[in-house]
Design a protein around this ligand. Structure first.
Ligand code: SF4
Length: 383
């Protein structure tokens, strides 16, 4: 582990180096920054949404979601006023739905406590649901131009290379050292450009495969000098991948599809999906699909397997099996009402299904069989 006498001090830039390195970084950013939609005005609301959306999301995909979001929710007030179901629908596909739910709650809190705009005090921002240290720093540094550094994975990567840090970057005291050093290099009054420049450099040049000859920080890069840039940063071991299997029934009744709402708390909370269950070790997907319907009080038989969809979440690799099923005996309106009283469920036509938020693997199966180029399949299924 580093001590103050080696990495923290010996590797630190002299004040002249600091000035030159930061100037080179800012001038590179000025020449190479991408015209991202939130960069035209940097409003606190837009910076907030973009930062939350871009966590765990590729830039190109994040931009598409951002533009679609802003068209529907151009202001913080429009987020606060929307039903949660619609917020989740516009978030669908980005994963980590807790973020969308927090964002909704935070927008409502802002409207109630702070008028119509995000506050600019750190404590007030930090008191909002879902706003962690990183998001608060991004709003303060990038939108409000306070002298606050925003440390994300890009910044960790650049600093671990620039100073040749051979310790895991997410663990204290290395993480603390990177934050402090990044803060020390921040030129007063230029937090927006500095933070964005580091993130942009990490995204465009100092990525997994660094393009050092194009880098404005090349003259000061310790890892590059020693030829070890590709083995920095040192990351913690990845958690073991856990394979899981689920089985689901697509049940049509009176040309409508049965969907269940998941419990509000927990994975994919509040989203709508085809009824089903996780497949136990010795069970088969087919019998699990039928059994999970029986647990709802529905006797069904399988008409056809509809295939599988693979989906990853956290460290889980899910294989979801889907089956087209039908009732094994008559089913009445009274039974449908009784079912809806027992569990949160709906029989919906296809257009209605398209407006609800579904976990990504259920949406993929729905799209595959009931819309677009697979419309023929829907017809075969008598929709
Ligand atoms: S010189 Fe290479 S490794 Fe060093 S900061 Fe630049 S791109 Fe990254």
């Amino acid at each position: 582990m580093y001590g103050r006498d080696d990495v923290y001090t010996v590797r630190m830039f002299s004040s002249e180096e600091k000035t030159r390195a930061v100037a080179a970084l800012l001038s590179w950013f000025d020449a190479h920054k991408r015209p991202l939609p939130w960069r035209s005005s940097y409003t606190p609301y837009e910076v907030w949404i973009s930062e939350v959306m871009l966590q765990q999301t590729q830039m190109e995909r994040g931009v598409q979601y951002f533009l679609r979001w802003m068209k529907r929710f151009p202001t913080l007030a429009s987020v606060a006023e929307a039903p949660e179901e619609e917020i989740l629908h516009y978030w669908e596909g980005l994963g980590y739905y807790r973020r969308a739910r927090f964002l909704h709650q935070a927008a409502k809190t802002v409207m109630e406590r702070f008028g119509r705009a995000l506050p600019c005090a750190k404590e007030e921002l930090a008191s909002l649901p879902g706003l962690g240290e990183y998001t608060v720093a991004a709003i303060l540094g990038i939108a409000y131009e306070r002298d606050v550094v925003t440390v994300d994975a890009n910044v960790e990567r650049i600093f671990s290379r620039l100073f040749n840090i051979a310790e895991p970057v997410r663990k204290a005291p290395t993480a603390t050292w990177i934050r402090r050093t990044a803060q020390e290099l921040l030129p007063p009054g230029q937090a927006r450009a500095y933070n964005q420049a580091l993130m942009e450099l990490g995204a465009l040049v100092c990525g997994k495969a660094p393009r050092c000859p194009e880098c404005p920080l090349l003259p000061w890069c310790e890892a590059r000098k020693k030829g070890v840039e590709k083995s920095r940063p040192v990351l913690p071991e990845r958690p073991k991948v856990i394979p899981v299997v689920s089985a689901h029934s697509i049940l049509l009744w009176k040309r409508q599809i049965l969907l269940l709402q998941r419990p509000l708390n927990g994975l994919w909370g509040g989203m709508w999906e085809f009824p089903g269950a996780m497949v136990a070790e010795k069970a088969s997907p087919r019998e699990t699909a039928v059994r999970s319907m029986a647990e709802l009080g529905l006797r069904v038989e399988i008409l056809a397997p509809l295939g599988q969809v693979r989906h990853s979440y956290t460290n889980h690799r899910l294989t979801a099996h889907f089956f087209r099923v039908e009732f094994a005996s008559d089913f009445s309106e009274e039974q449908a009402s009784a079912l809806a009283r027992r569990v949160p469920c709906r029989f919906l036509n296809w257009n209605e299904v398209g407006t609800l938020a579904m976990p990504a693997h259920h949406r993929r199966m729905a799209d595959r069989y009931f819309s677009g180029k697979h419309r023929a399949s829907a017809e075969q299924l008598s929709l």
